[in-house]
Design a protein. Structure first.
Length: 94
């Protein structure tokens, strides 16, 4: 799952926008900005997805590239070992 996430964040912006957060939603790809106390603007790309329970997954928001991102075996191992709470946020600092 980690390798698939790195590959996704290395993709062109147009590829990532295919799973962009929709209006009034929170799942999907997006940018998050913050301003430190010194005035420096910091931003990150992220993907927020519901993983559990499986029936609540919105697969339209799951990247298809790389294909391994949606791998059932990868997903099962990932949330079993790391995120039993059912929600995961992948981030990539720029």
């Amino acid at each position: 799952m980690k390798d698939s996430t790195v590959q996704f964040f290395s993709s062109p912006l147009e590829t990532k926008k295919k799973v962009a957060v929709r209006e009034n939603g929170f799942e999907g790809f997006g940018h998050h900005y913050s301003r430190e106390s010194g005035g420096k603007l910091d931003w990150a790309e992220s993907v927020i997805l519901i993983t559990q329970p499986p029936q609540d997954r919105n697969m339209e928001m799951w990247p298809t590239s790389p294909p391994t991102f949606r791998s059932v075996s990868s997903l099962a191992r990932f949330h079993l070992h790391l995120h039993p709470n059912g929600m995961v946020k992948f981030s990539h600092q720029r």
